[in-house]
Design a protein. Structure first.
Length: 175
């Protein structure tokens, strides 16, 4: 839905204008390709990188109330200003980053069975490592920092250990 909204040339041009006003590097929202992991990874990365400019653009569009795009912008804002969306995109980016390493290795012209096995085992270990308290703390610090930068309220249970927060996030985990 976000890609469709920004694939229109006029909206994309306005997004680039907002990015330059905010002093951000020019970036586009990428189209998702069903068969390419790298495409999904880059889409999550792009969403995180361009999040503030996307928000500002959509808010401006809602305030202007010029055409039917304002209604679509309200719907998109409702979905992406939610902490579960933001956490999900960030977590998905991290996991797809690990999977992307496998994808690139397997597509390499000089890929061997030994290299593939090594990369796959390393990727499994990396994903398993994400379940540790240390990695979760690192992930949560990243989420907190990104949330502060983008004025997102993290509505999570504050009592107890990180494991309770992890259980709260469990529905977001897709693996």
């Amino acid at each position: 839905m976000v890609y469709v909204h920004f694939s229109r040339p006029s909206n994309n041009a306005k997004l680039i204008e907002v990015q330059s006003k905010l002093g951000l590097k020019k970036g586009n929202v990428l189209r998702i390709c069903d068969t390419r992991w790298v495409c999904r990874y880059k889409n999550c990365e792009s969403m995180i990188k361009n999040y503030s400019s996307i928000l500002e653009f959509l808010k401006n569009e809602v305030e202007a109330q010029v055409d039917k795009d304002a209604i679509e912008a309200i719907g998109i804002l409702g979905q992406i200003q939610n902490c579960a969306f933001f956490i999900g995109v960030t977590l998905l980016k991290d996991i797809l980053g690990i999977i992307n390493i496998i994808s690139v290795t397997l597509q390499s012209k000089n890929a061997t069975l030994g290299k593939a096995k090594s990369i796959i085992n390393g990727s499994i270990q990396s994903i398993e490592k994400l379940h540790s308290d240390i990695e979760f703390s690192t992930f949560w610090q990243k989420i907190t920092s990104l949330a502060e930068e983008n004025d997102i309220t993290l509505e999570v249970p504050h009592k107890g250990s990180l494991k309770k927060v992890y259980l709260w996030l469990a529905p977001l985990i897709i693996l």
